[in-house]
Design a protein around this ligand. Structure first.
Ligand SMILES: [Zn+2]
Length: 187
């Protein structure tokens, strides 16, 4: 942060405000404390009959790789509405949310994913501007090595586990860097 979004002053200090535990940008001119918090990414794990619907990305990062439809939540939006909006934008499909499928945290990039299990009633997807292609995959056809983000790998892996289980759980996972790239998951 180079200047205060509240008053425009460049006189910012990076310090722990009174009563706080974390360092924040604090404006020395108007005394506003600027909180910078993680961003929420909402998305769907869309299923049609026995198939999982996955998009091939037309944008960077991971152009050309497969991913579940997801994107940054907008201000003033409910999480589930954001997930359905992203689904519509990337696949042209409408869906019915069944449950919160997983929460997936990536602390080193300050991101939290909320992926909803979503039932689709149509076989006719239309790729949006951010998708090269939308495909319906049987479980054994999932292109594991060509999936762009670990959040999608996690959500699909857990969906396969979920299908053969009797519970109705929400999975809790994370991608944590500990020294040289270590993937650590909770469930
Ligand atoms: Zn200020």
């Amino acid at each position: 942060m180079n200047y205060c979004p509240n008053c425009g002053s460049q006189n910012l200090e990076f310090k722990i405000p009174d009563g706080d535990l974390h360092q924040r940008y604090v404006c020395a001119n108007c005394h506003t404390v600027h909180y910078i918090n993680p961003r929420i990414i909402v998305g769907c794990l869309p299923v049609y009959e026995d198939k999982i619907i996955i998009c091939r990305r037309a944008i960077e990062p991971c152009h050309g790789m497969w991913n579940l439809p997801a994107g940054f939540m907008e201000n003033g939006e409910r999480a589930e509405d954001g997930a359905l909006r992203e689904l519509k934008e990337e696949t042209g499909l409408d869906g019915q949310i069944l449950k919160l499928h997983c929460i997936y945290s990536i602390p080193h990039v300050n991101q939290v994913y909320m992926i909803f299990l979503t039932r689709i009633n149509s076989p006719d997807a239309v790729p949006g501007e951010e998708s090269l292609e939308v495909r319906y995959f049987e479980e054994h056809e999932v292109p594991w090595g060509e999936i762009g983000f670990t959040s999608s790998v996690y959500a699909i892996e857990k969906f396969i586990e979920y299908k053969s289980s009797t519970g109705n759980k929400t999975y809790i996972g994370s991608f944590v860097l500990e020294g040289p790239e270590t993937r650590k998951e909770f469930s």
